[in-house]
Write a protein that binds this ligand. Structure first.
Ligand SMILES: [Zn+2]
Ligand SMILES: [Zn+2]
Length: 137
């Protein structure tokens, strides 16, 4: 079923809309997501890149590794997107930046090999040591 989601950063300068079926709903525990957000794990959902558009302002971008570009608000710093050249037709969106973040629920934990020792996973969701497919942090 086609769904449309809207979201944005903390200060409101950047707004986005994305539609379609969200796949690979996860918490990512990788060191790169941690540094990018200042949080111990980040909830992500994957959409078709063509279904994502910025509706206000513009994404600032940071290349966090060779294949990975992270999108954020240059004014307030909110992390909004992740794009990996290995799956160029997709874009990941931070589920916590959605206007209605309860509509999508993470289904698994990825990059658990990087997990901080003081984070205890006890929600019963599947855990994976690294990322899916060719993903890099
Ligand atoms: Zn902002
Ligand atoms: Zn990550």
């Amino acid at each position: 079923m086609e769904q449309t989601y809207s979201g944005g950063c903390l200060c409101g300068a950047v707004r986005y809309q994305v539609s379609g079926v969200a796949r690979h709903l996860c918490f990512c525990h990788c060191h790169s997501c941690r540094r990018a957000t200042g949080a111990p794990a980040v909830p992500w959902g994957t959409f078709a890149r063509a279904a994502f558009r910025v509706t206000r302002g513009q994404l600032a971008e940071f290349r966090s590794s060779d294949a990975v570009t992270r999108g954020f608000c240059a004014a307030c710093g909110s992390s909004l997107t992740y794009h990996n050249a290995a799956r160029a037709h997709e874009i990941d969106v931070t589920l916590a930046s959605l206007d209605e973040p309860t509509r999508l629920t993470p289904q698994m934990h990825v990059w658990v090999d990087d997990k901080l020792p003081w984070v205890e996973i006890s929600d019963g969701r599947p855990q994976f040591g690294t990322g899916p497919g060719a993903d890099t942090p």
